[in-house]
Design a protein. Structure first.
Length: 171
C-alpha cells in the first residue's frame, strides 16, 4: 500500500530528563566525534536537520551560526546532524561559514536512536535537543518548518542552564 508508511507507529522519542545516548559519528573532516567527549565540559545543542543546502536547513544552520558566540559564551557547543556525507558537510560549512561541528549520520542510526520523527513519514525530521554537562536532556523541540524557534528556544535553555538565576526557565 502506497500510504502505509504514513501510518506507521511513531518511534519512541527521548524526553526531558532522559539520559542522552552516547554515539560516534564522522565530522565534516571525517574525524570521529563522540557525544561523551563533551560531557563535564560543555552543554550540547544537538540539532538534527534534513539535508545540507536546502532552504530551511540553510536558514536554521545560519541562525545557529549567527548566535554561535552567544552559545559559546554560555558554555555550549552546537552540533548538527544529518544523513549527508562528510564531503557534503565540508561544502555546506564553507559556503555558509558555519563555525560548529556537523556530523554525518549516513545510515540514520543516531536519528533513530534519538527517536527523531520524520515529517509525512519520509522527510527526515528536524529536532533539537539541549543536553546538560552531565548528559541529561533538558529540552526537546520538534518542528519541520519553525526552524527559527529551534535556535531561540535552545539559546534560552542554554542561558538558563548556564546561569539559572538570571534567565526564566523555558516551558
Amino acid at each position: 500500500m502506497i500510504f502505509s508508511g504514513l501510518f506507521k507507529k511513531k518511534p519512541v522519542e527521548l524526553k526531558v530528563g532522559d539520559k542522552a545516548p552516547d554515539f560516534e559519528l564522522p565530522s565534516s573532516d571525517v574525524t570521529p566525534i563522540r557525544l561523551s567527549q563533551f560531557l563535564g565540559k560543555k552543554i550540547i545543542v544537538l540539532y538534527f536537520y534534513p539535508k545540507d543546502h536546502t532552504y530551511f536547513c540553510i536558514a536554521e544552520s545560519s541562525s545557529f551560526r549567527d548566535h554561535y558566540v552567544e552559545f559559546q559564551e554560555a558554555g555550549a557547543e552546537v552540533v548538527g546532524v544529518s544523513s549527508d556525507t562528510p564531503f557534503s558537510h565540508t561544502g555546506f560549512v564553507a559556503k555558509y561559514k558555519l563555525p560548529f561541528i556537523l556530523l554525518s549520520d549516513a545510515e540514520n542510526k543516531v536519528r533513530k536512536l534519538y527517536g527523531v520523527p520524520p515529517t509525512l513519514g519520509f522527510i527526515p525530521g528536524r529536532t533539537t535537543f539541549v543536553i546538560d554537562k552531565t548528559g541529561i536532556i533538558r529540552h526537546v523541540f520538534t518542528s519541520q518548518f519553525r526552524y527559527d524557534s529551534h535556535v531561540k528556544m535552545a539559546l534560552d535553555v542554554v542561558k538558563n542552564l548556564a546561569n539559572p538565576s538570571v534567565v526564566e526557565p523555558v516551558h
